[in-house]
Design a binder for this molecule. Structure first.
Ligand code: AP5
Length: 215
């Protein structure tokens, strides 16, 4: 059976990670999140992580060279399962590079999902996001509460607020998204196969809509 390849786009905090994790579980795909890969590198204090952190904490994109290295390894590691890509491509150079890398592998993108959410809702959501650095689970003080405050339901680890979820950094990330990532939506729209999903509703309703459009 052909392996499925899905790209999920949308502004910071639109729910890409939340929905990508569900889709990956349902379809047995690898969930490739460049944000998670970078945060792992930052936590390990690798050379790549130290360099990436200077950009991430300011809400800016890290260099394409760093990202291409991570993506090349991730594509190799997920060649038998297929994947859903979350947080990449983030600008037109990355979109063109992904198309080229897949062409060289004889692979293609099957679906591109674009989650659309209003900026003010995003700022509110991200102020309430809490994450588990150990197992990558994502919670929200309003919408996805843990059984015990501050403790991950999945692994028992302590939850933290991401440093880039402070309001001024979120607003910078939204501006970077508008300038550099929004053109990627047009790039995929022109190629066909892009579907925009309203991300303002309930998490399970949005997931149901995504399942419907992927069929
Ligand atoms: P990255 O980690 O990719 O961050 P992002 O794209 O800004 O997206 P987020 O992870 O903030 O949000 P999300 O859309 O996944 O939302 P989530 O599901 O968590 O990137 C971080 C940084 O790394 C970048 O700024 C950049 O520096 C660097 N980087 C990464 N990739 C790069 C690349 N390719 N090139 C260059 N630099 C790169 O949901 C948000 C919150 O809302 C959660 O609390 C969740 O529980 C809640 N929630 C989700 N859906 C709903 C809903 N429907 N209703 C209510 N609450 C909801």
């Amino acid at each position: 059976m052909a392996r499925t390849h899905i790209v999920i786009l949308g502004p910071p905090g639109s729910g890409k990670g939340t929905q990508a994790a569900r889709i990956a579980r349902e379809l047995g795909l690898a969930h490739l999140s460049t944000g998670d890969m970078l945060r792992d590198a930052v936590a390990r204090k690798s050379d790549l992580g130290v360099e990436a952190e200077t950009y991430m904490k300011r809400g800016l994109l890290v260099s394409d060279e760093i990202i291409f290295g991570l993506i090349g390894e991730a594509l190799d590691a997920s060649k038998d399962t297929g994947w859903i890509m979350d947080g990449f491509p983030r600008n037109l150079v990355q979109a063109e590079m992904l198309t080229k890398m897949l062409g060289e592998r004889g692979e293609k993108i099957d679906s591109v999902l674009d989650i659309d959410v209003d900026s003010e809702l995003i700022v509110r959501r991200l102020s309430k996001r809490r994450v588990c650095p150990a197992c990558k689970a994502v919670y929200n003080l309003d919408s996805i509460k843990t059984k015990t405050a501050g403790v991950c339901d999945a692994c028992g680890g302590p939850l933290v607020k991401r440093p880039d979820d402070e309001e001024n950094t979120v607003r910078r990330r939204l501006a970077v998204y508008k300038e550099q990532t929004a053109p990627v939506i047009e790039f995929f729209r022109k190629r066909g196969g892009l579907v925009t999903v309203n991300g303002a509703g309930d998490i399970e309703e949005i997931f149901a809509e995504i399942r419907r459009v992927l069929k």
